[in-house]
Design a protein around this ligand. Structure first.
Ligand SMILES: Cc1cc2nc3c(=O)[nH]c(=O)nc-3n(C[C@H](O)[C@H](O)[C@H](O)COP(=O)(O)OP(=O)(O)OC[C@H]3O[C@@H](n4cnc5c(N)ncnc54)[C@H](O)[C@@H]3O)c2cc1C
Length: 303
């Protein structure tokens, strides 16, 4: 059925993956006029199977968001457009959002734009990302249990991942790709748990179609490895939040309170862009709260 909404919307959701679609469901069920703008580039696109989200364990990432979109669009006040928001500004009545070809207005904005991983200059890492080079033991660790596993990280981060992964495999080594930044106590802990530390620079991840088989170091040494955990630096996927004046935390996430409100009245943030707990379950949960709270703010303004 053709939808026939016109500006202004009650809420524009920028980002139509797990967090954004979850927000849209809460709003659609409250009869809010909602526009979802999505550029179609979720962070987990390359991973073959998504895990640890109850009811959808092991499904393809796009299958999960496909079901979500189908369910959300059953609510007749919700509209979805495959376009990227490129400009946002605050107005007297709310917000204007511009894509490459159109302009839309809304009383509230929900930012569900995710984050973008920044890959270091290591051959093969990008190709393996989400397949055998992974960020989270809960998402993919079980599939690599008891296998030869590397951790590419330093200091506290490396120790944190090592503790979690040790429970999944005994065949573990840490590649710090430069100075390890471990304290004496941390080195003792790793040694007590039989986890060797290699400080040489990593030059290449050996793989076939994203499936790791080894790690090459710049000094010529090579180590067979089936899986590699690493924590990549990131930046916000979209600069729309910055244009609206939303603050970032020290970790680079959007600052949002327990109700997903940012420092800008009427702007909410949810999912990876506002949380270091990077998972589909967390994005869905935060999106649900953001949708409910945007609705609550709309109610409070008129009731
Ligand atoms: C490789 C990998 C594998 C993962 N595997 C798992 C797993 O197995 N299980 C699990 O629970 N979690 C997993 N995660 C984490 C999970 O994918 C994320 O936590 C989740 O995708 C976050 O959802 P989100 O909606 O916040 O962001 P995303 O899913 O990244 O979606 C953001 C959306 O916003 C859109 N967007 C951005 N800017 C704009 C703009 N300006 N205009 C319009 N649209 C825009 C993007 O195109 C994208 O569609 C994985 C992550 C990665 C990187």
């Amino acid at each position: 059925m053709k939808k026939s909404f016109s500006n202004p919307y009650d809420v524009i959701i920028i980002g139509g993956s797990y967090a954004g679609l979850s927000a849209a469901m809460a709003l659609g069920r409250s009869l809010r006029k909602v526009l979802i703008l999505d550029s179609g580039n979720p962070c987990n696109a390359q991973t073959p199977h998504s895990h640890n989200f109850i009811t959808q364990d092991g499904k393809k990432p796009a299958e999960i968001s496909g079901i979500a979109l189908e369910q959300v669009l059953k609510y007749k006040t919700v509209e979805f457009i495959r376009q990227k928001a490129i400009e946002a500004k605050k107005t007297n009545s709310g917000f204007d959002i511009r894509t490459g070809s159109e302009e839309f207005s809304a009383k509230k904005i929900i930012l569900a734009t995710g984050i973008r991983d920044i890959f270091p200059d290591i051959r093969g890492l990008k190709e393996c990302w989400g397949i055998s080079a992974i960020h989270c033991p809960y998402c993919h660790g079980y599939e690599f249990r008891d296998q030869k596993t590397g951790i590419m990280a330093r200091g506290d981060k490396a120790l944190h991942i090592a503790g979690l992964v040790k429970n999944l495999t005994d065949d573990l080594m840490v590649f710090t790709n430069g100075e390890s930044e471990f304290s004496e106590e941390q080195l003792n802990k790793l040694s007590k748990n039989n986890i060797p530390v290699i400080e040489d620079l990593v030059s290449e991840i050996i793989h076939h179609a994203g499936k790791l088989s080894g790690i090459n170091l710049s000094d010529g040494k090579s180590f067979p490895v089936d899986a590699l955990y690493t924590s990549l630096p990131f930046r916000q996927h979209s600069d729309i939040a910055g244009q609206l004046g939303c603050e970032l935390t020290e970790t680079g996430h959007l600052r949002a309170d327990n109700f997903q409100k940012t420092n800008i009245y009427g702007v909410f943030a949810c999912g990876d862009n506002a949380s270091s707990m990077r998972s589909v379950a967390n994005a869905v949960s935060a999106g649900n709260v953001a949708g409910a709270m945007a609705n609550h703010q709309l109610v409070q303004e008129v009731f």
